[in-house]
Design a protein around this ligand. Structure first.
Ligand code: ZN
Ligand code: ZN
Length: 89
């Protein structure tokens, strides 16, 4: 799943569509990555490997759709905004 910031629409990375852990993205698949039986065209450009050692799922970037996550600048902005809000009492 591609992590996208809902505020600035930046792409932040990939999450495993299986377990939700962050994944490592490979722009060019190293020929040493074993056990890929998907058609060559599908994984030729962008591949991700789940960082969860118990899952270790390999998938193509974007598999499973999009998910949202704030990037650091937007997160900080959001936090600052929340802190400045008057209490809702
Ligand atoms: Zn952002
Ligand atoms: Zn996983």
């Amino acid at each position: 799943m591609t992590i996208k910031c809902p505020d600035c629409h930046k792409t932040l990375g990939e999450k495993c569509p299986k377990c939700g852990a962050l994944a490592l993205v490979y722009v060019d698949v190293p020929s040493s990555v074993p056990e890929i039986d998907a058609p060559v065209l599908v994984f030729a450009k962008y591949m991700a490997i789940c960082r969860n050692p118990e899952c270790d799922y390999r998938f193509t970037v974007g598999e499973g759709g999009d998910t949202s996550g704030l990037c650091e600048p937007c997160y900080k902005q959001e936090m600052a905004r929340l802190v400045c809000l008057p209490s809702a009492e």
